[in-house]
Design a protein around this ligand. Structure first.
Ligand code: MN
Length: 287
């Protein structure tokens, strides 16, 4: 049974970091989360004043951040001297775990900067694990095309033409699916999804149509996210201008969430501890 569209979340224009303009759908309030997803930001501008100040050093604890760069060039540097260049089509999958302090800075002074940052929660038992990174170049991300549908697989697998294709990210407890799907005008995309996964669509070009729970057909325009209801498959159709969207799905954790800015833990006490650790320089300590 296809999953119906259960809830629409319009992205809100906001700014974060040192003044980067972005469009936030998940995470715009604590009522706009979808376990285990905490936040989804789209950034996209050809005006350097809307991105150039970037994200100077800031901490994270207790979750993962996934940065997917569609256009542009960002330099990532952390407190340990880890450096990563994120270029068009590339992904950085970062596990903050116990803690990192990093900066994410644009490396271009003109031109288009465009991409996404997704925050995925970690289960309680992994929140204090050591920080880890996976820097994935565009060439490691498989693209599968058929019948007006092109899917870039960042995490998760699909079967196509008797073969199975998998994204480069694996071994994440929440078993995330992260696809960038492009549909030609009028094309239909259908794919099975694990029944127990939370599932979310975020349209960033064109328009999609999808069945609602009363079986009527609803349209999901650009810069709108859709939370999907129960079922075992996704069926969507592109409008006359085609569509491009992120398909995000993962196993929910079902654990309490207490968030204070860039710290996401299970209890108020753990948040207080994170703040104390940060203030005393122990956020990133090991052991
Ligand atoms: Mn960050």
């Amino acid at each position: 049974m296809p999953r119906p569209l259960q809830r629409v979340i319009a992205a809100q224009r906001t700014s974060d970091g040192a003044g980067v303009t972005l469009y936030r759908s998940l995470g715009q309030s604590q009522f706009a989360r979808l376990d285990p997803f905490l936040m989804l930001d789209e950034f996209g501008s050809d005006r350097p004043e809307e991105y150039i100040a970037g994200f100077p050093p800031h901490p994270h604890r207790g979750f993962q951040t996934v940065t997917y760069m569609l256009e542009g060039h960002m330099l990532h540097e952390d407190h340990l001297g880890h450096r990563g260049h994120l270029r068009s089509g590339g992904v950085q999958w970062m596990t903050a775990g116990r803690g990192i302090i990093h900066s994410e800075m644009p490396q271009q002074e003109h031109g288009l900067m465009r991409g996404f940052q997704l925050w995925i929660n970690l289960p309680a038992r992994e929140k204090m694990c050591p920080a880890a990174y996976e820097d994935i170049e565009a060439k490691r991300i498989p693209a599968v095309s058929a019948d007006g549908v092109t899917i870039k697989l960042i995490a998760g697998s699909i079967a196509c033409g008797g073969k199975t294709f998998s994204g480069p990210v694996s071994g994440v407890t929440t078993q995330p699916i992260f696809f960038d799907v492009t549909l030609a005008a009028g094309a239909t995309f259908s794919e099975t999804l694990p029944v127990a996964h939370s599932a979310y669509l975020y349209v960033f070009e064109g328009e999609l149509s999808i069945a609602a729970s009363d079986s009527s057909c609803v349209s999901l325009p650009k810069r709108h996210g859709g939370v999907l209801g129960e079922g075992d498959a996704l069926v969507v159709m592109a409008g006359d201008a085609g569509a491009r969207f992120l398909l995000l799905a993962a196993a929910p954790l079902g654990e309490p969430i207490v968030q204070y800015g860039p710290f996401v833990m299970n209890t108020r006490e753990e948040i207080d501890q994170a703040i104390r650790d940060y203030q005393s320089g122990r956020l990133v300590a090991t052991g």
